[in-house]
Ligand binder design. Structure first.
Ligand SMILES: O=C(O)c1cc(=O)[nH]c(=O)n1[C@@H]1O[C@H](COP(=O)(O)O)[C@@H](O)[C@H]1O
Length: 241
């Protein structure tokens, strides 16, 4: 778990959920106090890896959220390549299974070592925050309680040597209690009381998510869809004290 003395600003990760480099740069300029940015599939596919170089030049921390889910050999190759970008966090899906997760972790370390940089912390998606208990049971046909399922996926990640997991704020307390203080827990699906929930199904407020044991919060549309994104970001930081 990150030090609780860490400035709340540094615990908020803002996703650059846009498709062009130019729009991403506008966000970097509009929100200069954000220290940790997420590059996900939309921007990476739309603009390519150049955006990662720009973020590094601006001394921002990077969460590269490509959610790899494939056979072990392919996961390893993708993680080896991604580790070369010098990002801080990198996502894979826990459901890829133990062999693939171990291969991903090993390859990330090797990829970074080959060019003499720090490896990313590889973290596993447990259950997407857009899914409900009903979807887990009736669409994915998983016969476990949702929190138990998220915990099992996080335990699989931990046993496979990964640094952490992504979970909804509603599961984070139980995961923190079971996985210990060192395991990194990142929570998307966080919503201040004054923001729209959108497609997020298992939300808590930013303060409640940190209180429950999250290390980092991924907060997008409450900031980026606000009429005044700077004020929205500042308000969230203030609410976190
Ligand atoms: O890996 C993620 O970051 C992620 C995992 C998850 O389970 N749910 C989830 O919403 N995310 C990401 O977190 C961000 C949430 O954005 P907002 O819903 O706009 O706050 C998006 O970029 C999602 O891709």
């Amino acid at each position: 778990m990150v030090a609780t003395s860490m400035c709340p600003v540094d615990r908020i990760i803002v996703p650059l959920d846009v498709s062009t480099e130019a729009t991403a740069l506008e966000w970097l300029d509009r929100l200069p106090t954000v220290t940790f940015w997420k590059v996900g599939l939309e921007l990476f596919v739309g603009a390519g890896p150049q955006i990662l170089k720009i973020l590094k030049q601006r001394q921002k921390r990077i969460f590269l959220d490509l959610k790899f889910h494939d056979i072990p050999n392919t996961m390893a190759g993708a993680c080896r390549s991604a580790a070369g970008y010098g990002v801080d966090l990198l996502t894979v899906h826990a459901v890829a299974g133990e062999i693939a997760l171990k291969a991903a972790q090993t390859a990330a370390i090797e990829g970074a070592a080959a060019i003499g940089i720090q490896p990313p912390r590889v973290i596993a998606i447990t259950l997407l925050t857009s899914l409900t208990a009903r979807a887990l049971a009736f669409e994915l046909k998983v016969p476990l309680e949702l929190t138990d399922y998220a915990l099992q996926m996080a335990l699989l990640a931990q046993e496979s040597g990964l640094a952490g997991a992504v979970c909804s704020p509603q599961e984070v307390k139980q995961l923190r209690n079971s996985l210990g203080p060192e395991f990194v827990l990142v929570c998307p699906g966080v919503r201040p009381k004054w923001a729209e929930t959108g497609d997020q199904q298992r939300s808590l407020t930013p303060a409640a998510a940190l209180e429950a044991g999250a290390d980092y919060l991924v907060i997008g549309r409450p900031i980026t869809a606000s009429p005044d994104p700077v004020a929205a970001f500042d308000r969230i930081c203030e609410e976190l004290g």
